[in-house]
Design a protein around this ligand. Structure first.
Ligand SMILES: Cc1cc2nc3c(=O)[nH]c(=O)nc-3n(C[C@H](O)[C@H](O)[C@H](O)COP(=O)(O)O)c2cc1C
Length: 365
């Protein structure tokens, strides 16, 4: 039998990977606090999964203002960089590659997580969602509309995050511009009612995101080490809804990303059934493969069979697995040996300690 496409090496002028299986970024809330510092338990967790062609870390805060969940690591202090160094060294010792996901949650936060301050967003529009705070789930509030000075400060925070990623030994960094968080809140007209140069037209709604890429480039970071993540058809989750300009805006962003020479573009298929929503695009890989000329990672609801098919069809270069990687640390070998996959326990996705984190055994040698 011919080798599965998922298990074949991948090589572009930016990225050389031993296989096409990517570990998707996943918040697991195990960092040390105070300080939001990566620890030895996290080293163990990522090392267990080092056989992936590429690992993308959990969303990692670029500043204290970026926070929206508890026990999430940061990448803005020297202690955090030192903690991440242990992770990257371990992955490299095991022949793996790892990118860090740089994150600002925007309005998906709460004053309890921000020293009493309001969350920041494009506009003062409450996402009407819930956020997990140190005292349990709380309703979100209306955020503060970011001033231009706050936007510029956040651009600088992402540049520092990118520079610290290289200091920490990461192979690259992914901008978290997906899933209803800060940049996505600027992209969509339903969450961005601004009338200045960051609102209104598609170009204006995408300005902040491209300013971040431009600033990272201007700081001398190799853009071949930078990836970006987008979820164009996110509907009804994390406070996001679509309008008639949403998909055209993503068309614009994705075509423009061709000029940046990124390591990759990471797209997600819709997280919910959007077949009844005429404003959504139900087939993300099919729509965007022809529009994007660089490396394309696709994610969302893939298993071994669907992953091999999307690659064989030529609709993506790499496939990212989220939930399956929680409970199957040796996912690549399980695919290779057709070993049954283990189911993860949702109750321990975000709870402290090794339970449901580093105690899922490998089922292959
Ligand atoms: C526990 C958990 C945490 C997640 N955290 C993040 C995150 O930090 N950043 C991100 O971009 N996506 C995050 N996601 C979304 C996943 O990366 C992925 O897009 C999603 O699980 C769909 O892929 P799957 O069907 O393979 O699980 C998370 C998903 C889960 C289940």
């Amino acid at each position: 039998m011919a080798e599965q496409p998922l298990l074949t090496p991948y090589s572009s002028d930016k990225l050389t990977l031993k296989n096409r299986v990517v570990m998707a970024p996943m918040t697991r809330s195990r960092a040390d606090n105070p300080g939001a510092v990566p620890n030895d338990l996290m080293v163990e967790y990522y090392t267990q999964r080092a056989s992936a062609g590429l690992l993308i870390t959990e969303g990692t805060y670029v500043s204290t203002e970026a926070a929206g969940y508890i026990n999430v690591p940061g990448i803005y202090t020297s202690e955090q960089v030192a903690g991440w160094q242990k992770v990257t060294e371990a992955i490299h010792q095991h022949g793996g590659k790892i990118f860090v996901q740089l994150w600002h949650v925007g309005r998906m936060s709460h004053p309890d997580l921000l020293g009493g301050n309001l969350p920041l967003s494009a506009s003062a529009l409450n996402p009407h969602s819930q956020v997990y705070t140190p005292t349990g789930f709380k309703e979100t509030v209306a955020p503060a509309e970011m001033t231009v000075a706050q936007i510029k400060k956040t651009v600088a925070d992402f540049v520092l995050g990118a520079q610290n990623a290289l200091k920490a030994g990461f192979d690259g960094m992914e901008i978290h511009s997906s899933n209803g968080y800060l940049f996505h809140q600027f992209f969509n007209g339903t969450s961005n009612h601004r009338t200045d140069e960051y609102g209104g037209s598609m170009e204006n709604r995408a300005r902040f995101f491209f300013e971040v890429l431009d600033a990272i480039k201007a700081a001398g970071v190799d853009m071949g080490k930078v990836g970006a993540r987008l979820n164009p058809s996110l509907d009804g989750l994390f406070g996001m809804t679509l309008d008639a300009e949403t998909i055209p805006t993503f068309d614009y962003i994705i075509k423009r990303l061709n000029d940046y020479g990124l390591a990759y573009l990471h797209l997600s298929e819709p997280f919910t059934d959007v077949s009844q929503n005429k404003l959504a695009e139900p087939h993300i890989a099919k729509r965007y493969r022809p529009l994007y000329t660089g490396t394309l990672i696709i994610n969302g609801g893939f298993d071994e069979e669907k992953g091999n098919k999307v690659l064989a069809d030529g609709d993506a270069d790499l496939v990212a697995y989220g939930t399956l990687y929680i409970s199957n640390p040796d996912l690549v070998a399980r695919f290779a040996q057709h070993v049954p996959l283990a189911e993860g326990d949702k109750n321990t996705f975000y709870t402290p300690g090794p339970k449901g984190y580093t105690d899922y055994p490998a089922a292959t040698k």
